[in-house]
Design a protein around this ligand. Sequence first.
Ligand code: ADP
Ligand code: MG
Length: 439
Amino acid sequence: MIRIAVNGISCAYGCFPALDGVTFEIARGDFTGIIGPNGSGKSTLLRAMSRVLKPSRGAVLLDGRDVYAQDPRSVARRLAVVENDGRSEFGFTVLDLALMGRLPHLGRFQRESAADVEMARACLESTGILHLEGRKITEISAGERQRALIARALVQEPEILLMDEPTSFLDISYQIDVMDLVSRLSREKGLSVVVVLHDLNLASQYCGSIILMKDGRVLASGAPGDVLNQANIREAYGSEVMVVRHPVHGRPHVIVLPKPDPAARPRPVERGRIHVIGGGAMATRLMGMLSARGFSLSAGALNVGDGDWSEARRLGATVVEVPPFSPITESDMKGNVEAMVGSLAVVLANIPFGPGNLRNLEAAAEAAAMGMPLIIVEGDGVACRDYTGGKAAASLQRLASAQGDGIRVTRCPDDEAAVLAVEDLERERGAVVSGEGGD
Ligand code: ADP
Ligand code: MG
């Protein structure tokens, strides 16, 4: 059941165009996020949907009829808005403010009943501010006021809830509380939620679909996994990000990367290639450090979607890929060893081991046996990242103490030490080559 249809609307402030041909639909129980950089038109869009700003073209249909053809009180019975413009209604208490949510439901001269007051108090309870019911809303914190405004919107018992950055003044615990509360109402009561969010990860975690705005237009829309990718975020925000799968809820998780320093010296001349054995985003920092120093990279075997996989690709590495969440097969392992051949060194990052990636340890052992220098980053020790019941720890122990013809294993406490070890090897290699040349 479509509740709101936004049909090709354009809006302007004077002659300044703020929205240009925006179209989408919101059904019962939808939880839709609106994201986009500052000034992209998100608040304007909510104003147009809530009958505050009339579109110059197109229309917003509420239950099939243009909102502007409907009585404002009747719209207010179905649609509530939590604005974010810092306005405060002077003199009112928190309870007064919450009770205002009943107004569209009361007759012209009708006063709130005891049931209305109970309901308002219940909503203050659910937003965690019942203890402040008697306080003036000018005398509470911004986060508390934000929760009072959310309570007022809930008191309105709307079918559609529009919220403009409702979490911007809330600490992380209340952000989650507010999002959990509205997402429960959406699931259990069919409330349609449209929420403008700055936090892309909050949007990813809660929204069924996301609309990404830029310059008054919809740049992308769809499921979080379709919208939150490197290309879209670069185009909308001009930011470089890494998108990984969140370890708990499995949705995309956006990590913003530092902007390149324009004053930084140009990259040093190409150095040799280092093969990094990563996984679980544990090699991301190390690969960045090596790449920044001019080493080229290869990496593997990595599951598609892993943080290290996307970082390796971003850095232009050759990657030995394994399908998402799949174990590394014998042939992946061989491919990984082949990719190591010709590299200056193989670095085994301090990655977690499970049954699925034990073959990465076998590949490292094979490389060492073939005479390739192996650098092991030990971190806090393998015990705390061994999910194989001790198998990984035992193999790593064997590998770390491996000795024999041409075997060269260096153990390093951390990423910094591994980079130094790589540079030592490079110097040694250079010395050997020039030494041979002098003969
Ligand atoms: P967002 O909420 O995405 O940050 P807005 O919808 O508030 O963006 O603004 C979209 C564009 O419209 C911006 O360029 C902004 O400067 C402009 N704008 C917003 N409100 C007004 C206003 N009241 N008068 C004139 N221009 C405005
Ligand atoms: Mg805004």
